[in-house]
Each structure stands twice: as C-alpha cells, then as structure tokens.
Design a protein around this ligand. Structure first.
Ligand code: GRF
Length: 221
C-alpha cells in the first residue's frame, strides 16, 4: 500500500514508519512526504531514506488541499497518514480521503483532543493515558478508532517525561495500525472499526494484559 505522509515538524513517527517499511515483509511503503513547513526536521529523515518529499507552504486551506491532492495523485497514494501535521485541513479534502486518511494523537481518544493532550492528561489527574490511531473526520481528533496503546502516568511526571513515554508507544502503534489497514483487515461498521483476525498477540505487546481471573475475585469477607 502506497502511503503519503503529512508532517509539520520533528517527524519521529515518520521515522518509525520508515523503519517499519524497511522490512521487505511490511505491506506498505512511503511514496511521498508532504510538509507544510520548509524547516520541518522530518524532511531530512525522508531525504536520508531516499523518499521524495515536497513542501507546500500555503496558508490558505483550499490552496494547500489542491496542491496536496496533485502530489498525492502523482505518487499514486492510497492512504494518507498525518504524523504531527499541525494544520487544519480543508473539509473537502478530508471528505475526499474519507476512510483513506488516518492520524495519530497522543491521548486515549475521545479523551483530550486538541493541543497539549499530555498536559490535559496531567491536569485531569488520570492514572493512564496513551495514544490513538484513528480515521480522520472533519472534527478535530475525531473518527473511528483503529488502535490504541495505554501508557501509565507516573506520580512525578511532567509534560516532557509523559510525552516521551507516550511517543515511544506511538512509534510502535502507528506502524501496527498501518499494517492492519494495508493487510485489508480493517472495516468501518456503524462508525467503529472492526478488525479481522483480532489482534491478540499484536496488542498484547502494547497494552497491559488482562489480570488473571483470580485477581478479579473479591478479597472481601
Ligand atoms: C506526536 O505526538 C503525534 O501524536 C502528534 O504530534 C506529535 C508528532 O511528533 N500528532 P513527530 O513529528 O512524529 O515526532
């Protein structure tokens, strides 16, 4: 499956996908990287991997969408992956790529959409947060959830430490979610994603295992 990755900055999720796709058995490849910023560090990662990239530094949403559309078509992209892409997209573009565009967000959606998701988690005092890969809908950080990974919040966490712990989970989750799509195992039914051959072994690598049954028995009286 041919991927188009949209970035705005560091590009560590792009790097995770580059690394995953280096395995000949991985069912997807990055056809083009598009950045809305010329100074995005991720562009150097694309160059180092020999992947074509382009900068579309347009402020108007429809202008950006039109140019992006042309590039994605030129490179025969089948799935658009937003990876730290920090601009709102034109609604027509989002609808045109409906069910063929995904995003990664650093929280367990629908909790903490929008900016500073890690700070929101700390402020809410949750014990666990994580990351989510979802199909994109016009509303910010909304859409059918493909995969999530759980990350504990430590009592002495600050935003940077928590963000780093979540990021490590992102780098495993995003390639996994793309693999599920590329293998044709995902289906959207009633606004939810169903996955064929459900994921026991893949997700167990990311998420806490269910406690053994004897731990679920009440210890009272
Ligand atoms: C990640 O935390 C991602 O979840 C969010 O933006 C950040 C991008 O980081 N959407 P990077 O550019 O992939 O390093």
């Amino acid at each position: 499956m041919r991927l188009g990755m949209l970035i705005s900055g560091r590009g560590s999720n792009l790097q995770a996908m580059i690394d995953a796709a280096a395995d000949p058995a991985y069912p997807a490849e990055i056809a083009i990287v598009i950045s809305n910023r010329a100074d995005a560090a991720g562009l150097a990662r694309a160059a180092a991997a020999g992947i074509p990239s382009t900068v579309i530094a347009r402020d108007d949403r429809s202008g950006f969408a039109a140019e992006a559309e042309t590039r994605l078509r030129q490179h025969r992209v089948e799935l658009v992956c937003l990876a730290g892409f920090m601009r709102l997209l034109d609604t027509g573009f989002v609808e045109a790529w409906r069910d063929r565009m995904i995003n990664i967000h650093p929280s367990l959606l629908p909790a903490f959409p929008g900016l500073h998701a890690q700070r929101q988690a700390l402020e809410a005092g949750v014990r666990f947060t994580g990351c989510t890969v979802h199909f994109v809908r016009p509303e910010v950080d909304a859409g059918p959830i493909i995969a999530q990974a759980v990350v504990p919040v430590h009592p002495d966490d600050n935003e940077a430490r928590l963000a780093a712990r979540i990021l490590a989970a992102e780098h495993r989750l995003y390639p996994l979610a793309v693999r599920l799509i590329a293998e044709g195992r995902t289906r959207i039914v009633g606004g939810k994603v169903e996955i064929d051959g459900w994921l026991v072994e893949e997700l167990a690598a990311l998420n806490p295992r269910e406690p053994p049954p004897d731990l679920l028995v009440s210890t009272r009286g």
